[in-house]
Design a protein around this ligand. Sequence first.
Ligand code: PXL
Length: 272
Amino acid sequence: MKKACTIAGSAARGGAGIQADLKTFQELGVYGTSAITAFVATHPHTKQGVYTQSLEVIEAQLHTISSQIGIDALKTGMLFTKDIIELVADWLPSAQVKQVVIDPVMFGKVGTALMEEGAMTSLKDKLLPHATIMTPNMPEAEYLLGGRSLTTISDLQDAARDLHKLGTQYVLVKGGRLDGPATDVLFDGVNMLTLEAPRIDTIHTNGAGCSYSAAITAGLAQGLSVEDAVIQAKKFVTAGIRRAIPFETVAGAIDHRAYKEVGESNITITRC
Ligand code: PXL
């Protein structure tokens, strides 16, 4: 069985973060391992929302996974601090992982900061050059590009071209916040692919971004090309959103079982 690793935050509510990643790995048939960088959960009295782990705890998890299990493909999600980003970047070469998916998680759905101020430079200079693919959503791409505003598919394509210069092999800019269909763009330095899914009118999309990058990681672990892994992941997430699980007081989460139970979603792929 192929092995996929996630280095990310724990989302206590179960929809995003480590929980989303492991559910996705399981559904797509890879063995999942995890290094937890932080816990996202709101304390009733202090209102604190993010509890990071010490570098020692994170290092122990990474060492355990790489020395005892092995890694065919890896993703990073919420890393939160500059020090955690640098720890992962320094460890990566020794782990000799060939497929690295970097989801540059910065904000939660309601704008919660999931990356510390000042960590951006380390993300750009130290971590992104190790990436097979990076998977920013629109706010993350805007932030990485110094506050440039993205509103059209053509803006996403320009953003993908500029982000590619940061040293990743592929850039996937996710257009979930566009008006109209949910269109993402994938750029490898030469070719631009657009992936379009019908927009599903729902607020229940918690975990969509995490699951998207986890599904890409699972595909890469199984030997798919980056393009095929992204196409499968788009179908996985679209099926999950279509059958999202609503909660009473907060936005619901995508249903990780939907892709396998319902099958393919209607995705249109265009090459430009
Ligand atoms: O969806 C972004 C995200 C990533 N990682 C963790 C999260 C969230 C959003 O809540 O909690 C741990």
